[in-house]
Structure formats: C-alpha cells, structure tokens
Design a protein around this ligand. Structure first.
Ligand code: TRP
Length: 349
C-alpha cells in the first residue's frame, strides 16, 4: 500500500572545499542513500548569496570544488541527479510563489536567521530573511519525501512542511510533507577541539594530500594535562580518540590504544601516527577518484549541465501545477525567441 516513491533532495551551499566533518556528517550518508532512494543533490549557489553576494568569483570556484569533493566521496552522477540551483530558474520561481504563503513575522522567528543577524556586520538582506523559503522551494519542487540534513537545518525543514501543508489546504493535495532524515553520526570536533569549521583552520580537507593530513594530525589537540608519555591520559573528550572511534574499522585496536593511553603506556606521537595511517587509508579511495577528475573543469561543468537539465524536466511539471493551482494560467506560452512571430501575428498590437 506504500505506493509513494521515496525521493531524496538535499544539498550544500558551495562555501568552500569539503572536509572530513562533511564526510562523516553528510556525504557518507548520501552515498549510501543512492542505493535505496531516487536522489537529487543540489549545489545551492543562490543560498550563498544571502550572505556572500560580494564575492562572485569565489562562488563560481567553490561550486566546482564542492562538486569534485562530492564525486570523490562517491556521489554518482549516473545514479543520482546533481543540479545547480541557479541553473534551474524554477527554484527562484517557486520560492517567490511560496513566499506568498508565509508571514514575514514567521520568517523573523527562524532561529538560524536570528543567529545570522547577530553575527552579520551587514544589515540582513531580504534574501537572507527568505532563505528558508528558497530552501522549501528546493525541496518541494521535486516533491521530495525525505531530506537528509544536520540538526541545525531542522527549523528549515519544519517551515517547508508548514508551507507544503498550507499549499495543499488552499489549492489541493500537491506536495508530500517532507521528512528530515537526521544522520546518526555525532559531530566531529575540530583538530583543536573547537567546533570544526573551515574558517577556524581546524579541519582536514578531502583534497589534502596524505602528507598534509599527517602533519595536521601530528599537531592535533590531545589531553592538555598530559606532559610525559608515562602520565596516565584521558581518552574521553580527546579528539584523537574521537577520530579513531569514528574512522578505525578495527575497534579492538582502538580499545588497546585507549587502555595503554589511560595507564601511561603509550605516547601521543605514537597514537597520532596510528591515527594518521588510519585516516589516510580511509581517504585513499576518495583521493583515487579525485585524481581522475582533478582539474577537469569541463567534465565537472558537464555533470552540472546534464543534471540540471534532468532536474528541470521534473521542476517544470511542478511549476505548471503550482501556476494552475494559484490561478496563474492564462495559457500564454511565450517562447523566448518567438517575439518576431508574435508581433508578425499582430498578437499584441
Ligand atoms: N541550507 C542548507 C545548508 O546550509 C543547504 C540547502 C539548501 C539544503 N537547500 C537545501 C539542504 C534543501 C537540504 C535541502 O546546509
């Protein structure tokens, strides 16, 4: 009886190269979902402009960078649709239409907006206020049933559900209420034990070389109270062990290091070298895939082109339905290059 097909839509803003936090937090999860769901992966470049509109060159470079990281992680353009938000104008169109169904005060209460306004040195733009409406449009345009996201995005999914319900009530059942799929992975701390964030320089990037990775691990924060290798050490809240727990496929090994660390029988250097090896082994298949596409901008653009074209076919159908639902169909099907014909026919004289 469960006839509704399950469709995933999710995405990242192209804000910079992806790091191992993205890998364990989202990308590994997305890669697995490709086996069970029809997946749409969105490079949300319009969303970047809600705060970063002054740096267009960066948006363009980061778009290709993020795509290369996705492909390296195992997102498969043959099985999934990878699309660029700005290349599918229906995202903007639906966002405008759905914006009619949300009050301005509701948007001001969205917690991510409130936080951003506090952090921003600029006056928040109208685009920032309507960020979650655009995100709702991203999801509803494809009638996605499930949206894998981090916890910070839950208020946006909630708004998308509200908008879907409101639309359905007013204009007839059209959109499934999208459900958030939370990844079970805990947040990965940064190399310095603060929150992992590119702007803190405390990440390992997916594009880092094995040497860079090892160097970063060797400088990593550990138990600050431990001075000599013979001091009993603390493994809880120690990011070196958090990483080992997450990345080492051999938990017995990790347990052994932990017990030696606790009893002062292993130095930090030895544990870090071990972690560097584990991490480099984990990243090896990603690096292999990335090496094949490195510098192939034409290939990356082609993936976005074909994915966006495929996405657009689905998007058009939804837009047609929404225009009809909202009373916006007089049937003027204007073709962009058909002006000559129209005036020749005297249609608008
Ligand atoms: N706002 C999301 C983030 O910052 C990115 C995003 C844009 C998104 N559109 C989306 C995520 C639609 C899920 C579904 O991470």
């Amino acid at each position: 009886m469960n006839a509704q097909p399950q469709r995933i839509l999710t995405g990242h803003r192209p804000t910079g190269p992806r790091h191992i936090g993205h890998l364990v937090g989202t990308l590994n999860n997305w890669v697995g979902l490709q086996d069970t769901h029809e997946c749409f992966f969105l490079v949300a470049d319009l969303h970047v402009l809600t705060t970063d509109f002054q740096h267009p060159q960066q948006v363009r470079a980061n778009t290709l960078e993020v795509l290369a990281d996705w492909l390296a992680a195992g997102i498969d353009p043959e099985r999934s649709t990878i699309l660029l938000q700005s290349a599918v104008p229906e995202h903007s169109q639906l966002s405008l239409l759905l914006g009619m169904l949300v009050s301005e005060s509701r948007l001001r209460r969205v917690p991510t907006y409130k936080e951003q306004v506090q952090q921003l040195k600029l006056q928040p733009s109208l685009g920032l206020l309507t960020y979650p409406v655009l995100q709702a449009a991203d999801i509803l345009l494809y009638k996605a049933t499930h949206v894998p996201v981090g916890e910070d995005q839950l208020p946006h999914i909630e708004l998308a559900r509200e908008i879907a319900r409101r639309y359905n009530q007013l204009y007839g059942e059209t959109f499934p209420e999208p459900q958030a799929l939370l990844s079970s992975m805990p947040r990965l701390p940064g190399l310095d034990n603060r929150t992992m964030h590119s702007s803190y320089g405390n990440t390992i990037l997916l594009r880092d070389t094995p040497q860079e990775t090892t160097q970063k691990i060797m400088r990593m924060y550990t138990d600050p109270a431990r001075i000599h290798a013979s001091d009993p050490g603390n493994v809880d809240g120690n990011p070196v062990f958090t990483y080992l727990d997450l990345f080492d496929p051999h938990p017995e090994q990790v347990e052994e290091y932990k017990s030696r660390y606790r009893s002062g029988k292993v130095g930090d250097v030895e544990v870090k070298k071990y972690l560097a090896r584990v991490l480099n082994e984990t990243l090896a298949p990603l690096r292999e895939r990335r090496a094949k596409i490195e510098g192939q901008k034409g290939y990356l653009r082609e993936i976005l082109y074909h994915g966006s074209l495929r996405a657009r076919r689905v998007a058009r159908e939804t837009i047609e339905q929404v225009l009809a639902g909202m009373g916006l169909t007089l049937g003027l099907d204007l073709q962009p290059n058909a002006q000559e014909n129209a005036s020749a026919a005297g249609a608008f004289c």
